[in-house]
Design a protein around this ligand. Structure first.
Ligand SMILES: Nc1ncnc2c1ncn2[C@@H]1O[C@H](COP(=O)(O)OP(=O)(O)OP(=O)(O)O)[C@@H](O)[C@H]1O
Ligand SMILES: [Mg+2]
Length: 363
């Protein structure tokens, strides 16, 4: 899919901005604070209806206008066009697809699917496990439509069990009933995760090799709660029994699929402990690009947003990455410098405005 056009009204530093985008690589370049990330944020918002840097939508509204912000867009999906509009105000936000209001936000990420890499993502493997779980839960929800419901069901039961554990005299029978429910959801969650990690491990080494031009071996290691599909139920029952004393003491469920994690082995070494900043960047970027290759239909290929991805890369790696991305349907990259390369469209971001430049023909 590609974004054909976008119009921003009172969005961040843009009072009124209309832009048409190209297939392939679009570069937003300009000095610090000029509004490049704000543009990337608007595109991201189209898919996820939330920002990557604020949880308060009102921050998106231009400070001087103070009333509302609007994003209008046209998305091309093969032969189909979709009009997507978002209106943000103090009274909440309204989202419409082809002029019909939609209430379920998850529906929008099907209309506009994005993959993004933000500066903070470099630290994915240095952050707490919760950040990584959040990462794979989002990725899995996009890959398997049932997954999010399954996870929500699991979390509901988990919360009920934790509430019982917090009571003065927890009802042990009830705790057991919840354990059985948790186990039945866990088996399915484990299956999805295992299958997904196996898929990631097929594509990750190829992508890493292409963008880093190194022959390093790279492997994702999934750390499941229980790694035995056949005997999952029995093993889980035993584990929950053993953990009960600790659960009662801690007043929460201390084991289970809600505590799973994963890490990366780069040339056999844990990247968290041994990886350089550049290696972390390349590894996380490769990982984030995998979903692009999990979707076969051209019209459904995600749009890629890369904020500040080039800044720490040396010239060779930069060119490698750009060459690799050339084959993608549509990519948006923010950069402090213009990029002179064929088939790349540059947009100068300056004075709260954006000007599209003629694409460079390799002269
Ligand atoms: N709601 C808002 N209304 C008006 N201006 C805003 C609003 N929110 C942010 N800004 C302005 O947008 C600018 C930051 O833009 P942005 O983060 O996109 O910069 P950038 O070009 O990505 O910079 P860098 O190269 O440093 O990453 C700041 O000057 C900030 O004051
Ligand atoms: Mg920025």
């Amino acid at each position: 899919m590609i974004i054909e056009k976008i119009k921003l009204t009172n969005f961040r530093n843009y009072k009124s901005l209309a832009l048409s985008f190209e297939k392939g690589i679009n570069i937003f370049y300009g000095s610090n604070g000029s509004g490049k990330t704000n543009l990337a944020e608007a595109i991201y918002f189209l898919s996820l209806t939330k920002s990557f840097r604020t949880s308060n939508d009102l921050d998106l509204i231009n400070k001087e206008s103070n009333e509302f912000a609007i994003i209008n867009s046209y998305i091309e999906k093969g032969r189909n066009f979709k009009k997507i509009d978002i209106y943000v105000s103090k009274n909440g936000k309204k989202i419409s697809v082809d002029d019909k209001n939609i209430n379920k936000i998850s529906l929008l990420s099907q209309e506009v699917n994005v993959i993004y890499f933000l500066p903070r993502d470099v630290n994915l493997f240095k952050e707490s496990p919760k950040v990584r779980r959040n990462f794979f839960n989002i990725a899995l929800s996009k890959q398997y439509s049932e997954y999010l419901n399954l996870l929500n069901d699991y979390e509901k039961v988990l919360k009920m069990r934790n509430d019982v554990l917090k009571e003065e005299k927890p009802n042990l029978t009830l705790l057991d009933v919840y354990v059985d429910q948790l186990i039945s959801y866990s088996i399915k969650i484990y299956q999805y995760r295992k299958e997904y990690f196996d898929k990631l491990n097929i594509f990750l080494p190829e992508i890493y090799k292409k963008i880093s031009l190194k022959k390093s071996s790279i492997k994702l290691v999934y750390l499941p709660f229980i790694d035995d599909f056949k005997n999952f139920k029995d093993i889980a029952k035993k584990k929950y029994k053993e953990a009960l004393e600790n659960d009662l003491k801690m007043k929460r469920t201390t084991i289970g699929v809600h505590l799973e994690d994963f890490f990366i082995l780069l040339d056999g070494k844990n990247i968290t402990l041994y990886g350089s900043q550049g290696e972390n960047r390349m590894a996380v970027l490769s990982l984030k690009l995998v979903p692009y290759f999990l979707i076969n239909e051209k019209e459904n290929k995600p749009i890629v947003i890369l904020d500040d991805v080039l800044s720490e890369l040396d010239e060779n790696n930069k060119m490698n990455l750009l060459n690799f991305l050339k084959a993608f349907e549509q990519v948006f990259i923010t950069s402090t410098n213009k990029i002179f390369k064929e088939n790349i469209t540059n947009y100068l971001v300056l004075n709260n405005n954006v000007s599209k430049e003629e694409s460079y023909e390799g002269r």
